[in-house]
Design a binder for this molecule. Structure first.
Ligand code: ZN
Length: 192
């Protein structure tokens, strides 16, 4: 093998080396994932589903797969699908990562609900309040059509804040309790 061939072969393995390095980094970088349907971290501190555990990415992906099969997740998926509610994801687009908690608060403005976000560990812990756009939903309440913004609560339960008409005050209608059990007075609107 000539020197030039050896040199070229050496060059050819460089991208492979870079790709392998990147792959290792992606597999083992510490990550976490918040399920926007359940509002729970798929890997969390024992007994505290609202506090994230940062694990090597391979384990986090596994935790997402396991989470997707739990009865609780399936119940919340069904609730969103049946009532055509888009999940509100407080972690979407949030930097810095290393988020540990995302807790809905009672502060509302026109279209968004404020979430308290916490990140970092130990003395580096920080928090900030961020507005998160509320999903819009409609359904039947006692047989009458109602529509408005969906509010999420810390225990996971959901409420509909009905749109204000000039003649009436907005109503707060409970949609689901913390276990995704629907309010017996609501029904989804039939869609084709
Ligand atoms: Zn979930």
């Amino acid at each position: 093998m000539s020197v030039i061939t050896a040199y070229l072969l050496g060059l050819a393995t460089l991208p492979a080396g870079v790709a392998a390095g990147w792959l290792l980094y992606r597999l083992f970088r510490r990550e976490t994932w918040l399920c926007p349907y359940c509002l729970e971290w798929t890997a969390h501190i024992k007994g505290r589903p609202d506090t994230a555990l940062h694990l090597p990415a391979v384990l986090t992906w596994a935790s997402v797969l396991v989470h997707g099969r739990t009865a609780r997740h399936r119940a919340w998926m069904r609730a969103h699908e049946e009532y055509d509610i888009r999940p509100a994801d407080p972690t979407w687009g949030f930097r810095p990562d290393r988020l540990t908690r995302a807790v809905p608060t009672d502060e509302l403005d026109d279209e968004s609900q404020t979430y308290l976000l916490e990140w970092g560990f130990g003395s580096e812990r920080e928090s900030r309040k961020e507005p998160v756009e509320m999903p819009y939903a409609d359904c039947l309440f006692d047989g009458k059509r109602v529509e408005g913004d969906v509010i999420r609560h810390e225990d996971g339960s959901m409420e509909l804040l009905t749109v204000r008409h000039s003649t009436e005050d907005p109503l707060r209608i409970p949609l689901f309790d913390g276990n995704a059990e629907p309010n017996p007075r609501i029904k989804p609107i039939e869609r084709e």
